[in-house]
Ligand binder design. Structure first.
Ligand SMILES: [Fe+2]
Length: 505
């Protein structure tokens, strides 16, 4: 835009303002609903409703073109899409210190129901979102369609996978991290990432805003409640607790800024609001008596990657003191296993859980960033669910930009004769890594016979939980560097009740 047209637009804007002041005496805002709407963290009687006001979402200061004042946001929740049966309504202040985000938590809703919601500011109506409450804790008969995804780099492709996921009409969506990437634009990108590598609150706010302007992502948020957990790139590549990728005295401030912007831009409950460098993200969500989701945070409390990170043969990875969850989260998780009466217990988490050895012969070479780099942690968690008598344990994973499906073994020293005690489903990236390809890593499959699927295509995983089985469809797209690709099912597996491990369909 030239300086002249920009100036004349501004003048036009000011003229419009004089005509359109609101009852509050402030100038009327331009349409602030450029980032869509979202919902999340459903319970039987409540669900979080989210939006963030940003009439000019790509402004460099990350403030989205909002004035430095509190703006009242009207919200409505209805049983029908046309808002003829409104069951709750209210007003929430959008505050500058929270990036003009709102997180509404209506209570007293009916369990296992679909609802519709929207927001209104200065006569502007937001898009309509659809959401759900969870069934009551004892209900087993209400099946669950859940899609999960991870790793969406805005520059490396179009978010078509989010659109295809939305078209599956899931009841629930899990996002397992790398919702966004911290990097500045690269020459090879198909879309232009705005702003420098994210370090400040303004940077992270702007990055979230650019992502949220994506129509495919907005659609996916608007069809179902999400349960989100971050991985590393929401802050910085491979960070571990207070240890950044490269030495950086400013890292605590960077981490705090990233947490703040993450909270502002996600449909999270108030309890997740960060306090400086701390944010309570691990939590549980219960889908009736059918599924108990244990959503983990394997970044904030972990010990630093052993042997300098990367793929290593590393004795230190086995040190019993090492933890990927931290002691408090581990105790919370093991306690959750002991208390669970659910048909399925699902770990919604970030990094590869099963062993992935890439070296022939008795010596193992594994990734220090996944659970392979925290062997005692993995043993305690696996034995924890076995000892607690968890009926069906399923681990969900993102991070590795490839679809995988694996049987989880009790003892990785002798996987061939060790019993299968759980199942791991790993979703590929939405876009990270670009189009991907169809080459299968045959060596990896031979060295790790518990791994039953590997694909480097982009996509997501669609699951259906019933009382009798879990079905997983691994969805892939032929391209993400062009928009609008169709999704197809590459491979499906079924896991039967009380029979851990994968059965090809
Ligand atoms: Fe990633």
């Amino acid at each position: 835009m030239t300086a002249v047209t920009r100036r004349s637009l501004l003048i036009g804007g000011v003229a419009g303002v004089a005509l359109a002041t609101t009852g509050t005496g402030f100038p009327k805002l331009e349409d602030p609903f450029t980032l869509g709407v979202a919902s999340g963290d459903p319970r039987p009687d409540s669900v979080v409703l989210w939006t963030r006001l940003a009439p000019r979402p790509l402004e460099e200061n990350g403030l989205g073109g909002m004035p430095d004042r509190v703006v009242p946001v009207h919200w409505e929740l209805a049983e029908d899409e046309r808002f003829q049966r409104v069951v709750r309504r209210g007003v929430r202040p959008a505050r500058p210190e929270l990036g003009h985000s709102v997180h509404v938590e209506p209570f007293g809703l009916r369990p296992g129901r679909e609802y519709y919601y929207r927001f209104r500011v200065d006569g502007h109506l937001s898009p309509v979102g659809r959401t759900r409450t969870t069934p009551e804790p004892w209900v087993l008969g209400q099946d669950l369609t859940m899609c999960f995804a991870s790793c969406a780099h805005y520059g490396e492709g179009y978010f078509t996978a989010y659109r295809r996921l939305a078209e599956d009409h899931p009841d629930l969506v899990l996002h397992l991290g790398d919702y966004q990437y911290e990097y500045a634009a690269k020459a090879a990108d198909v879309r232009t990432v705005i702003g420098p590598e994210t370090r400040t609150l303004a940077d992270y706010r702007l990055r979230h805003a650019q992502y949220k302007t994506d129509a495919d992502l907005q659609l996916a948020h608007s069809v179902a409640p999400w349960l989100v957990v971050w991985d590393d790139h929401e802050v910085e590549n491979n960070w571990a607790d207070d240890v950044p990728e490269q030495p950086d005295p400013e890292f605590p401030a960077r981490r705090a800024a990233a947490f703040q912007a993450y909270y502002e831009n996600m449909p999270l409950r108030r309890g997740a609001r960060p306090d400086g460098t701390d944010m309570q993200l691990y939590r549980r969500a219960q889908w009736g008596g059918l599924v108990n989701f244990h959503m983990l945070d394997t970044r904030q409390y972990r010990d630093d990657q052993a042997c300098g990170d990367g793929w290593k043969t590393c004795a230190d990875a086995a040190l019993p003191t090492r933890s990927i969850t931290g002691a408090a989260q581990e105790e919370w998780l093991l306690d959750g296993f002991r208390r669970s009466r659910s048909r399925w217990d699902v770990l919604g988490q970030q990094v590869f859980f099963a062993e992935r050895d890439r070296k022939d012969g008795p010596e193992k070479e594994v990734s220090m960033d996944g659970w392979d780099g925290y062997l005692a942690s993995r043993d305690r968690v696996t034995r924890g669910w076995v000892d607690a008598g968890v009926r069906n344990a399923v681990v969900l994973t993102g991070d590795v930009h490839a679809h995988y499906a694996a049987d989880v073994k009790l003892d990785w020293n002798d996987p061939a004769s060790s019993p299968t005690v759980g199942t791991e489903l790993v979703c590929t990236s939405v876009t990270s890594g670009g189009d991907g390809n169809d080459t299968v890593d045959e060596v990896q499959l031979r060295l790790n016979p518990h791994i039953k699927l590997h694909s480097r295509r982009r996509g997501y995983v669609r699951t259906k939980f019933t009382a009798r089985e879990l079905r997983a469809d691994f969805r892939t797209l032929p391209s993400v560097r062009t928009a609008g690709a169709r999704a197809t099912t590459l491979k499906s597996f079924v896991v039967e009740d009380r029979n851990p491990g994968l059965n090809p369909v």
